[in-house]
Each structure stands twice: as structure tokens, then as C-alpha cells.
Design a protein. Structure first.
Length: 589
């Protein structure tokens, strides 16, 4: 960190907002130390020699006249080996280190580097002396966890040059491992990079999404998929299952790195993550999930202003691993609490409020965050690709999806998973309403699904959605005049839609087998439900009675199919399809 540069004095304290005079020469977003306790803050407004500072710690007891010292550098995170498996607060202080320093409750003014300075990492060079390198090139690797190889890169500011020296062995993150000769002189490279959190890390080119982020959740993967490098939001009222969905995606999404941000949510939810993730096995490696996960926590009982920083801290760490060529999934729970922090700071700055008191720039701040997602061709000479997928939970008060945070988010993201408290009340989970949710990636991913799952997969999805929509229309008639007013064909539609809801869309996050469903099994489940519907419609045309069709033994087998283990699925699928074909030959009655 740069030496202290500018010293001012506090003239006003208003909650997390501190106003200081004598700050001429200070820059926007510079980190400052506030008061005698040297609380961490960030400059968010400048007028003449007066700076408005949002403080990331509790300001009670801080008063006018106390010093404010600028560090001369923007709020930055430390990037290097040691991030995986760590648990940070909103400004990247490791919470386990803070606990050792101060006990269970964080005291003010504590300083702790994001990455430990004592631990030595085994560095294996990937380049040779004399080799030409440029920004983004991988100069060596470190085995950061049993499942993640950390790729040490030439920092973006270095440019082009030749390797003058490179070392192999065990080093701390601050020791020089490589020296590069550039046109501006020698550049010493360590395993530690610092990056301002509000500045996106550079890439060569952003690319259109081409494959889905497979989550193992049927309603998402089949009906409302998110692409790798895509953006999605999960709005819903209290108790509708936002956090469980976020946890499911963190556990099962086919991303190599998970960054989970608990922004303003309850502390017990982050406790669940901390206790649960080390016990969970990664389905790909069989190792604990924490060996590829980074947690950033700024819960509801932690300082409000740090919620804003936590979002940027998380996305910057995600971009860093993307630059290594990894697919990263970032979960933000929830952006509503982040927006509330913006609203509080904006109110204390006495800015003109927008809708419901949120600042007028709410939409642009949300855009800046979500636009950092994407699939990209990365810096470096090897043309590697990486992606950051962002899934943000939104907590609208009272489940009102017309409120500003939800509406601003929907104008930006491409996938909307709308949670419905009525479904949650009926114990239907995930409580994603299939009639008002959407994915703008679905058509773009159709070719991928045709090649990986089945050529008729997109057509089956459209047919199933049409049946669910027709069920909704028919239920209006049923509520008015009763089910007896429907024809046998219409009642068959209702039965198939019920099977789609109960045997396909419903999925238990806590069932050992049903918690994850592969693409092959999703295709098979949808196929047998729609095949039974087709066979039933043919029998009706041949004069069979509806009760006879609905009484077929195979229906029980279809209902149990979602809990069949993956290893036994293909055999069960073939048996059910054979049974449907056999029973569909029933003589017309």
C-alpha cells in the first residue's frame, strides 16, 4: 500500500457517512483511514477540499476533529494463491484471521491482508529464460487446492517483454518468482496481484455464449437455461426458496470455481454454507466442495456500507480466475440488500431520490455489475477462454416484482427465474413459476441440446410448455364450472400437466438422488411423460376410456422415475418406454 499522502479532519458523521475537510488532492474511490481507530473508508464524493467517505466499519464514537488519512490508492483486492477455500468479509479481510485476532466479534480498525504472507507455495515455472511473454501469459503454476491449479499470470500492466530470470521452488506470495525485461525496464513478478475492485479486468474479446451452465435442476436446465458467461436473477418473496436455489447452483453447477457472496442476508444462512460445503462432495472430483469455492460474507449484522464493496470484491475475484481460463459461477445473495446500502448512503449524501428512495443511478450501478459477466477470449498468447456467470438473488419487499431493484435488474439480465410464494406454500420446490419465467438464451442453446441430449429435446420442451400453458387455461374453466365440463382430451391434458409438475418440475434439494439430475436423465424423464401423453391420446381416439388409460400400471413407474439412481437410469428408462408401448396396444374399450 502506498504511503499516507493527505491528512484531513472530520467535520460530520452521519452513520456510515463521514465528511472530512482538508482533503484537496484526494481522488474518487481512494481508500482512507478514518478517526483515531483508523477505520477503513472509501471516498465517494468530492467538493472543493471536502470529501464524503463511506466507512466500512461501525462509526459510533467517531467525532468531528479526528484525522482522516488518505492512502492514495483505490479500494483493491489481493489476488493470488490462497483465495480458494477462504472466507472473507466485504473488504477482503479473512474472517478466520480476524477471529484469531479479536475473538468472535470483529473489533474496529483491524487490518489483515487478504492473502497470508507466511505460507509458502510450490511454484512450477511454465516459461524459460529468454522467452517472450506479454500481459496475461501464464509464467508458472501452483497447486492451490487438490482440485484447482492456480496459474500465475503476467499482470495486465506489464505489457510485453522477455523473461530475464525465473525460479522454481517454494515462495511466499510476496517473493519474486520471475523478472521480465520490458522496454520500460525490469519488472519483478510475484504471485500476488492487486486490482481495483471497481475496474473490470481487461480481456481480448467478449464472445457470445455457446453452451449452458448445467445446474442439475430440471426446471432450469430444461425450460429456463442460463449460458456459461450469462446473467440471471432469482426474485421472490421471503420463504420462497431463493437461498436454497443459490446453494443448489453453487453445489451442482458445472463451473470449476464458485464465488458465493452473502450480501446483507442473515448470518445463519452463511453459517449453513460454511458447515455444509466442507461436507459436500464435488460430483466431478469426489473432493469437498470448499476446495473450489470462495466465500464473501457481509451479513445483515455487519456494516451496511461494506455490502456495496462485497459485490465488487466477489466479481473481481471471479474475473481473476476467469483470466486463468476457468469457468466461474458467482452467486450474489442478495442484490436487494446491496441496493438498500446504496439507498442509505445516497440519502445521507442528500442526493435527489428516485423511485422508492433509491438513487437515480441504481440502474447504471446494477448494469456495471452484471456487465462484468461474460465469456471471453483472454489476454495472453495461448488464446484461452474463460467465463463468469452471475446469478443474483433479489428480495423484493412483499414479493412485489414491480419494485425498482427487480425492474432495473430485469432490464439487464437475460434469465428470469420468478419464484412464487403460492407454489412454495404448496410445497412445490423449486418454486419457479413456469408461466412467467423466461430465458433469452434458450433459442441460442438449442443446437447444443440437440447434440448433447437429443435431437428432439427443444421440441419436447416447447410441447411440455404448451401443455402447462393449456392446463392454466383449462383450470379457469374448472374453477368456474367444474372438471366434469371438460372433454376426455382436455382431462388427459390436465393429467399430463400434473405429471409434468409433480414428476418433472418438482425436485427435492434434500433428496440424496433427486437433488441432482443429469442432462441425460432430464431428457429421459421428459420423454417418457410426453410419450405416455401421446399414447394416451391415441387410445382416446381409438375409443378407450380415460379411466382405463389413467389406471395403467406404468403411471406409477413414471411417478417414481425421478428417484432412480443415475447408474440405473438407462435400464429403467428403456423398461418404462417398453411398458408404455405395450400398454398402448390395449384393445379399444
Amino acid at each position: 500500500m502506498a504511503q499516507d499522502q493527505i491528512t484531513g479532519r472530520i467535520v460530520k458523521v452521519s452513520g456510515p457517512l463521514v465528511v472530512a475537510s482538508g482533503m484537496a488532492g484526494c481522488r474518487m474511490f481512494d481508500v482512507v483511514r478514518v478517526g483515531e481507530d483508523r477505520l477503513i473508508g472509501e471516498v465517494i464524493e468530492l467538493k472543493d477540499d471536502t470529501a464524503s467517505i463511506q466507512v466500512y466499519e461501525e462509526t459510533s464514537g467517531v467525532g468531528p476533529g479526528e484525522p482522516v488519512v488518505s492512502t492514495g490508492v483505490p479500494l483493491s483486492v489481493e489476488l493470488g494463491p490462497g483465495l480458494i477455500g477462504s472466507f472473507f468479509d466485504g473488504i477482503q479481510r479473512p474472517l478466520n484471521v480476524l477471529a484469531e485476532m479479536a475473538g468472535d466479534y470483529i473489533t474496529r480498525g483491524l487490518e489483515a491482508p487478504g492473502l497470508g504472507r507466511e505460507k509458502k507455495w510450490r511454484f512450477a515455472p511454465a516459461v524459460e529464460v529468454g522467452q517472450a511473454v506479454s500481459s496475461g501469459d501464464i509464467i508458472g503454476t501452483v497447486q492451490e487446492s487438490p482440485v484447482i491449479v492456480h496459474k500465475v499470470m503476467v499482470p495486465p500492466h506489464v505489457g510485453q517483454g522477455a523473461v530475464k530470470s525465473i525460479s522454481e521452488g517454494e515462495f511466499t506470495v510476496t517473493e519474486t518468482v520471475c523478472v521480465i525485461e520490458t522496454e520500460h525496464g525490469e519488472q519483478a513478478i510475484t504471485m500476488l496481484q492487486r486490482w481495483p475492485v471497481r475496474r473490470p479486468r481487461p480481456v481480448k474479446e467478449k464472445l457470445p455464449p455457446s453452451e449452458p451452465l448445467v445446474t442439475g435442476q430440471r426446471v432450469i436446465d430444461t425450460f429456463f437455461p442460463i449460458a456459461k458467461g450469462g446473467t440471471a436473477c432469482v426474485p421472490g418473496p421471503f420463504g420462497s426458496g431463493k437461498t436454497v436455489i443459490q446453494h443448489q447452483l453453487a453445489k451442482w453447477a458445472n463451473a470449476q470455481i464458485i464465488v458465493y457472496i452473502g450480501c446483507g442476508e442473515r448470518g445463519n444462512e452463511m453459517t449453513d454454507v460454511l458447515l455444509e460445503f466442507p461436507e459436500l462432495q464435488d460430483p466431478d472430483t469426489g473432493r469437498p466442495l470448499m476446495e473450489r469455492t470462495i466465500l464473501v460474507a457481509n451479513t445483515s449484522n455487519m456494516p451496511v456500507a461494506a455490502r456495496e464493496a462485497s459485490i465488487y470484491t466477489g466479481i473481481t475475484i471471479a474475473e481473476y480466475y476467469r483470466d486463468m481460463g476457468y469457468d466461474v459461477a458467482l452467486m450474489a445473495d442478495s442484490t436487494s440488500r446491496w441496493a438498500e446500502a446504496l439507498r442509505e448512503i445516497s440519502g445521507r449524501l442528500e442526493e435527489m431520490p428516485g423511485e422508492e428512495g433509491y438513487p437515480a443511478y441504481l440502474g447504471s450501478r446494477l448494469s456495471e455489475f452484471y456487465e462484468r459477466a461474460g465469456k471471453a477470449k483472454l489476454l495472453g498468447s495461448d488464446d484461452r477462454l474463460g467465463a463468469v456467470s452471475v446469478i443474483g438473488a433479489v428480495s423484493p419487499p412483499g414479493g412485489d416484482l414491480s419494485e425498482p431493484v427487480t425492474q432495473s435488474t430485469l432490464r439487464i439480465v437475460k434469465v428470469f427465474w420468478g419464484l412464487d410464494d403460492r407454489l412454495a406454500a404448496r410445497k412445490h420446490f423449486p418454486a419457479i413459476n413456469w408461466l412467467n419465467s423466461y430465458s433469452l438464451y434458450a433459442d441460442r442453446l438449442d443446437q447444443y441440446y440437440r447434440e448433447s441430449a437429443g435431437r428432439d429435446f427443444p421440441d419436447m420442451r416447447d410441447q411440455a410448455m404448451a401443455l402447462l400453458q393449456e392446463e392454466d387455461d383449462l383450470m379457469e374453466i374448472v374453477r368456474l364450472v367444474g372438471v366434469d365440463s371438460l372433454s376426455d382430451r382436455q382431462r388427459m391434458v390436465l393429467e399430463t400437466a400434473k405429471s409434468l409438475r409433480e414428476d418433472f418440475l418438482y425436485q427435492s434439494a434434500f433428496h440424496e438422488i433427486d437433488t441432482y439430475c443429469s442432462q441425460e436423465k432430464q431428457y429421459g424423464l421428459l420423454k417418457i411423460i410426453l410419450e405416455f401423453h401421446r399414447a394416451g391420446m391415441e387410445l382416446l381416439q381409438r375409443g378407450a376410456k380415460l379411466d382405463t388409460i389413467l389406471g395403467m400400471e406404468v403411471r406409477e413407474r413414471i411417478a417414481r422415475a425421478r428417484t432412480v439412481p443415475e447408474a440405473e437410469w438407462l435400464k429403467e428408462y428403456e423398461a418404462i418406454m417398453a411398458a408404455i408401448r405395450d400398454e398402448s396396444r390395449l384393445e379399444a374399450v
